[in-house]
Write a protein that binds this ligand. Structure first.
Ligand SMILES: Cc1ncc(COP(=O)(O)O)c(C=O)c1O
Length: 430
């Protein structure tokens, strides 16, 4: 029998000894990429050959604990049992239709997602940026349909919404924006979590406010409840559309299906992507009726969005994640990871702060720490732990939502050693 869904004893991480000597074994970097790949990411990169659960194996045969999860995509870990079978069965039956037609998986996903989230309407796209792009367009269409005077958008410093023109225009990071200016006009920025600052930032020219309930790429910074409440109250008063970008924080990452569930606040539009497809690209823009009613056939479109295969993957992910026991386990694991990081903070002077929600966490380094976030990511990698930067001085941890307690403990031990190796006082230096 050769079923890829069955557990393979030679799969990454299947030995539980965690014994590999990573510091002595350099990562398998794909140097030949330098010849043929545009360097939009720092090259050369590790070539990952396979993955299972919270573990990946590089092309040189070394195992790593993966606390990046494809930047929050592999929520059920690598190669979750059943996903490959469901996708391949659908591909053999019907792979693509375009949005001129629908299919059973696409209809079923629309039904399941609207039921699960309470939003009456949804439409599907392929990526986070594409979903955000659509959400911002829909907000402007709604403003026009309601006869609002302005079309401006309010976004927040530290926020990240993607790389397409409208999404990038609402993204804060200047180095992402500047090479491509001029961008979309009419976007303003205010300070995240600053309730008092909203009075100056919001006026009748604002048609939409876009915010991440937890700023992900900004470094796992949770919104304060008063801040989101103030946004909800004030956008409602203005008739503006409140958009929650839950591309990273949604699909259980923060311990609720939607991170908004943690705050008990509903936006007019919510964007999901990343973990929704578990590795197959898909985004969902969930919307209230009065947003959907301002859209007409032909106003927007998408060749691939919600294809039968992507919808099958999303149905699979949703059916596993949207379970009370699963989500309460994510919250528990999140608290365990949070406590372990606090313990590291108490022992390493280089750490200024640890923060996050659920399994979207970060450690922030002091400005005068003797090393930076990139050095810490590299040192952790050399000890068999994959992490990703966030903001200017933070390192993010986004393990699969299925991560085990022992894997969290092992990851924190490796992080501790990585900190120690960089000369951070307080840790074992390996
Ligand atoms: C909050 C948020 N919005 C949008 C995006 C863009 O998603 P994508 O890279 O799929 O376009 C990301 C990606 O990291 C994100 O974290």
């Amino acid at each position: 029998m050769n079923d890829p869904d069955l557990l393979d004893p030679s799969a990454p991480g299947s030995g539980t000894g965690y014994a590999t000597d990573f510091a002595a074994a350099p990562a398998a970097l794909a140097h030949d990429e330098l010849e043929c790949l545009a360097s939009l990411y720092p090259l050369p990169r590790i070539e990952i050959a396979s993955g299972r659960g919270a573990w990946v194996r590089d092309a040189g045969g070394r195992d790593y604990l993966d606390f990046v999860s494809g930047i929050g995509v592999n929520a059920l870990g690598h190669a979750p049992p059943g996903l490959a079978r469901a996708i391949s069965r659908q591909m053999r039956t019907l792979g693509h239709t375009s949005n001129l037609y629908t299919s059973a998986p696409s209809r079923e996903l629309a039904r399941s997602l609207t039921r699960a989230t309470g939003y009456p309407k949804v439409f599907f796209f392929n990526s986070g940026a594409e979903g955000v792009e659509a959400a911002l367009k829909f907000a402007r269409a709604r403003a026009r349909a309601r006869g609002l005077p302005g079309r401006d958008v309010l976004a927040f410093r530290g926020g990240f919404h993607g790389r397409t023109a409208f999404a990038l225009s609402a993204t804060w990071t200047p180095s992402y924006r500047e090479p491509f200016e001029p961008l979309m006009p009419g976007i303003r920025f205010a300070d995240f979590n600053d309730v008092d600052g909203l009075s100056a930032a919001l006026d009748p020219n604002i048609a939409a406010v876009i915010v991440e309930p937890v700023q992900g790429e900004g470094g796992a910074i949770p919104a304060r409840r008063e801040f989101l409440v103030a946004l909800r109250v004030r956008t409602s008063a203005l008739g503006a559309t409140l958009i929650f970008d839950e591309v990273q924080s949604g699909m259980g990452r923060c311990g609720h299906l939607l991170c908004a569930g943690h705050y008990g606040i509903e936006a007019d539009v919510t964007v999901l992507s990343k973990a929704l497809g578990g590795g197959i690209p898909i985004a969902a823009v969930l919307m209230r009726d009065d947003v959907a009613s301002s859209l007409k056939p032909g106003m927007h479109g998408c060749t691939f969005g919600g294809s039968p295969v992507a919808a099958t993957a999303a149905l699979f992910m949703l059916s596993r994640i949207d379970r009370p026991a699963f989500l309460s386990r994510v919250r528990r694991r999140g608290r365990e990871l949070g406590r372990s990081l606090e313990d590291l903070e108490s022992r390493h002077a280089a750490i200024a702060e640890t923060r996050g929600l659920g399994l979207l966490r970060a450690i922030e380094l002091h400005a005068d720490a003797p090393f930076d976030a990139a050095a810490l990511v590299a040192a952790a990698r050399d000890r068999g732990l994959l992490l990703v930067r966030g903001g200017e001085r933070a390192v993010r941890l986004l393990p699969p939502l299925t991560v085990g307690r022992d894997e969290i403990e092992e990851a924190v031990r490796r992080l501790d050693r990585a900190l120690g190796s960089l000369g951070s006082p307080g840790g074992p230096s390996s």
